[in-house]
Design a protein around this ligand. Structure first.
Ligand code: FES
Length: 106
């Protein structure tokens, strides 16, 4: 399973093995990384799974679909690399994939 890095706003760094096909959000929830709230359980309806994709990985994940883009307009402190972590799914190529978690979810 690829090792995924989650870095909280205060610098706390978590590493979690997440199965291929799982979302980055589910990996955080399963590993008790509390800065991913995921209130809707991955239904692309709450935006409490907001994350920033590390710059080294931004181009390596598929672009957001329209429903995700709409929700991203409502998050606190959106950036060009903002994504909803429930809409980003782990692939074999994502060993070392890194997301930064927003201060608003800390
Ligand atoms: Fe609700 Fe991602 S968990 S939008």
């Amino acid at each position: 399973m690829p090792l995924i890095n989650y870095i909280e706003a205060n610098g706390t760094h978590y590493e979690a093995e997440v199965a291929v096909g799982e979302s980055i959000m589910q990996g955080a929830v399963d590993n008790m990384i509390d800065s991913v709230l995921a209130e809707c359980g991955g239904a692309c309806a709450c935006a409490t799974c907001h994350c920033y994709i590390d710059n080294a990985w931004v181009e390596k994940v598929p672009a957001a679909e329209n429903a995700e883009k709409d929700l991203l307009e409502a998050v606190i402190d959106p950036k060009d690399n903002s994504r909803l972590s429930c809409q980003v799914f782990v692939t074999e190529e994502m060993e070392g994939f890194t997301v930064h978690l927003p201060e608003s979810q800390y």
